[in-house]
Design a protein around this ligand. Structure first.
Ligand code: B12
Length: 232
């Protein structure tokens, strides 16, 4: 290793750079990821393209190796930290300043679950699309969602779960909303890798969203319907 020449990121072409970023994300090298993001921005890549092709693409590889027992929690945490470094640079660019507010969303990862990368990504993309986003963070019990719904009065409630053991908790939250007669006051969107459309329907959510882009489209669609219903 020590004889190897140091790789100068800025000297790589786009494809090589993205491949190198996959490696750097895998190795949890936050500074290198930040540098890679900045280089791609300078080369005219859109923030969204960097996010999906370089960062999410790299995280997918990490996910596969975690699943297959090649990587373990400490390494994945480092990778997640590197990804967050890159996301922090992109966030202000994805958020169009001064865009008219299209709606408001409260979003949080459910109780027992500490995965937040996907949730953060959805939050960023929603902000970028003009939504106001209130992020409740991770490990949210039903009370935490209820308090936020009351104090923030959002249009949309978003819940994230990445574990098969925590995803049923979404139903606990939705059932509580039903019990309190509040369910119809909010558009409920759910997401996370282990979920699917069927699960979303079964727990009484308005929609399951496969990724952040679908989340934005779905949120806009529901907001459109809501406005039409109000003006009818
Ligand atoms: C990173 C990671 C971690 C990190 C989390 C760091 C962090 N800050 O988030 C750490 C190391 C802490 C971790 C811990 C654990 N993890 Co983990 N982790 C992952 C990994 C590799 C990537 C997840 C990720 O960030 N993906 C990238 C993002 C962008 O994708 P995403 O989360 O799916 O989000 C997108 C969509 O799902 C959707 N979406 C997500 N949320 C929402 C919400 C709404 C409202 C909407 C509309 C859309 C939406 O949009 C997002 C953006 O496009 C996955 C593997 C995988 N393939 O998912 C395993 C994975 C989720 N983890 C797993 C496991 C088992 C664990 C642990 C139990 C391991 C352990 N033995 O301790 C712990 C659990 C801790 C806990 N209590 O939560 C399993 C779950 C298996 C299962 N079926 O339940 C997975 C699938 C890996 C595997 N195959 O074994 N993990």
């Amino acid at each position: 290793m020590s004889d190897e020449e140091e790789i100068i990121l800025s000297e790589l072409n786009d494809e090589e750079l993205v491949d190198q970023m996959f490696d750097d994300l895998y190795d949890g090298l936050k500074e290198e990821i930040e540098e890679g993001v900045n280089i791609l921005l300078e080369r005219g890549w859109s923030p969204y393209r960097i996010l999906t092709e370089a960062l999410v693409g790299g995280m997918t590889i990490v996910g596969h190796d975690f699943r297959d027992g090649i990587l373990f929690v400490p390494e994945v945490l480092l990778a997640a930290n590197a990804m967050k470094g890159g996301m922090a640079i992109l966030k202000p660019l994805l958020v169009e300043t001064g865009a008219p507010r299209v709606g408001k969303m409260v979003i949080g990862t459910v109780k027992g679950d500490i995965h937040d990368i996907g949730k953060n990504l959805v939050g960023m993309m929603m902000e970028g699309a003009g939504f106001e986003v209130v992020d409740l963070g991770i490990n949210n019990a039903v009370e935490s969602y209820l308090d936020a719904l009351e104090s923030e009065q959002p249009d949309i409630l978003g819940m994230s779960a990445l574990l098969t053991t925590t995803m049923p908790y979404m139903k606990v939250v939705i059932d509580t909303l039903v019990e309190k007669g509040l369910r119809d006051d909010y558009i409920v969107l759910v997401g996370g890798a282990p979920l699917n459309e069927e699960f979303g329907k079964a727990i009484g959510a308005d929609a399951y969203c496969r990724d952040a882009a679908v989340a934005v489209e779905t949120a806009k669609e529901f907001m459109g319907r809501k406005h039409n219903a109000l003006s009818a």
